[in-house]
Write a protein that binds this ligand. Structure first.
Ligand SMILES: N[C@@H](CCC(=O)N[C@@H](CS)C(=O)NCC(=O)O)C(=O)O
Length: 222
């Protein structure tokens, strides 16, 4: 690396999974030199990038001299283990499992259904027109967030944030989904607990700095 950043981060301005890593880096006070992989230009499928992630997906985090790290949740866990403060998980095992469970509902069960590769398959192979693709996106965002809202609104462990009053990886994953919905101009519906938690997250610099529209390559806000 030519600059003084702690890491290299392969990402793109609007992506949900890269957002998660940006927020975690910001919370930990770490910096990354970003390498843009333009998803609109299909750069995730270039040979050079496929050597970094054969799945053709960002983010990838490079720790100098080591193999690339992929998968945002694995990267969040890595950052938390190597830079423990502030922690992204609570101390108790049950709480840790709850936070990982909410994070997985968002990053593992909701996010994959709305990725560019799925949208491309729907429009080029499955015969979806633009309206049908949009209806698909709205359906899966709504289904994922409705389930998370139900948990957050009814479980006693919910506090100012998804788990108690400290930011955890559940909040990072929740905000990563709502940030992407905002980019796609899809509203969050009937989710007062999510709305409250996201409003609180957005007061935090670590989240504000990761706003997709503030990243290199983002279009001017409309
Ligand atoms: N589970 C992965 C998902 C990675 C992923 O799908 N990233 C999207 C951007 S948010 C991507 O690069 N998609 C490329 C494509 O779908 O072609 C993670 O959390 O890192």
């Amino acid at each position: 690396m030519t600059d003084q950043s702690d890491f290299e981060l392969y990402g793109f301005w609007r992506t949900s999974a890269t957002y998660r890593v940006r927020v975690a880096l910001n919370l930990k006070g770490l910096t990354a030199q970003e390498r843009v992989i333009n998803l609109d230009a299909g750069e995730q499928l270039n040979d050079n990038f496929l050597k970094i992630n054969p799945l053709g997906a960002i983010p990838a985090l490079i720790v100098k001299g080591q193999l690339p790290l992929t998968q945002s949740l694995a990267i969040l866990e890595f950052l938390d283990e190597t830079h423990p403060l502030p922690p992204l998980l609570p101390a108790d095992p049950h709480g840790r499992a709850r936070v990982r469970s909410i994070a997985a509902m968002l990053a593992s069960d909701t996010h994959p259904l709305i990725t560019p590769r799925v949208r491309k398959y729907l429009s080029t192979v499955a015969g979806f027109d633009d309206a049908a693709v949009r209806a698909w996106l709205v359906h899966w965002f709504d289904a994922g967030l409705a389930a998370v809202e139900k948990r957050l609104a009814t479980e006693a462990a919910t506090g100012a944030f998804c788990h108690g009053d400290q930011i955890t990886m559940a909040d990072i994953c929740l905000a990563s989904i709502t940030a992407t919905m905002r980019v796609l101009k899809i509203p969050v519906k009937n989710a007062p607990t999510i709305d409250r938690i996201i409003a609180r997250c957005e007061t935090q610099e670590a989240f504000a700095k990761a706003d997709p529209l503030k990243q290199v390559g983002a279009p001017a806000a409309t």
